[in-house]
Design a protein around this ligand. Structure first.
Ligand code: FNR
Length: 187
């Protein structure tokens, strides 16, 4: 059997008890064994500033970039802040998109999982993020679309899904991600 594809998970929430991270844990549990995952933390990245993009960029940028560089794909899990993505996730996208033409995120296959404890599924956040990923040339899975509302009712603190329909849907999403990464991964 060939090696599984490695997926970096970027979570757009820093808080303990994040529902986005719960959703990530659920997706990891349901994923096929053709995928492995690692969470890459984004909370300590200094704000992107081109003046710092020199031979010695901030150490946290380098750690982040080194973690992303070897992966085959990226799974973004985002909550919605004011109908867009949280600033911390935008900053991670910016750090991963540079230096110009050499960003570690550029060209990697991606998927977006959006969630909210509210009712509208964080649709606005998902589509702002999708727009950003176009600029990075990241082929971003179109189907199935994943917008989870009432996450706190559907996924437990341990990352278990509370109903069969949602579980089957989340499984179909990670199954599709495995196929997507196989098709679009960089050689
Ligand atoms: C929110 N929240 C929110 N929810 C939503 O569905 N649409 C929105 O536009 C917003 N806007 C928003 C702005 C700000 C500044 C905060 C702090 C929160 C609520 C949000 O969905 C909720 O806090 C989630 O729990 C965030 O995800 P995590 O932290 O649980 O992963």
């Amino acid at each position: 059997m060939s090696e599984p594809y490695e997926i970096a998970i970027l979570v757009g929430s820093l808080r303990k008890g994040s529902f986005s991270r719960r959703l990530g844990d659920a997706l990891v549990k349901l994923a096929p064994d053709t995928l492995t995952f690692k969470y890459v933390e984004i909370g300590e990245l200094p704000y992107y500033n081109e003046d710092l993009e020199n031979e010695t960029p901030p150490a946290a940028w380098t750690t982040f970039r080194d973690a992303i560089a070897p992966v085959d794909g990226v799974l973004f899990i985002t909550p919605e802040y004011n109908r867009s993505i949280p600033a911390v996730l935008k900053n991670a996208v910016d750090v991963g998109s540079r230096p110009y033409a050499a960003g570690v995120l550029n060209g990697k296959p991606a998927a977006i999982a959006a969630q909210t404890p509210g009712t509208m599924g964080a649709f606005g956040a998902a589509h702002h993020l999708r727009q950003m990923l176009v600029a990075l040339g990241m082929p971003t899975m179109a189907h199935p679309e994943l917008y989870i509302a009432k996450t706190h009712e559907l996924v437990t603190e341990d990352g278990n899904v509370t109903n069969e329909g949602t579980e089957a849907f989340l499984k179909s999403f990670v199954d599709a991600l495995a196929v997507w990464v196989g098709k679009h991964k960089q050689s």
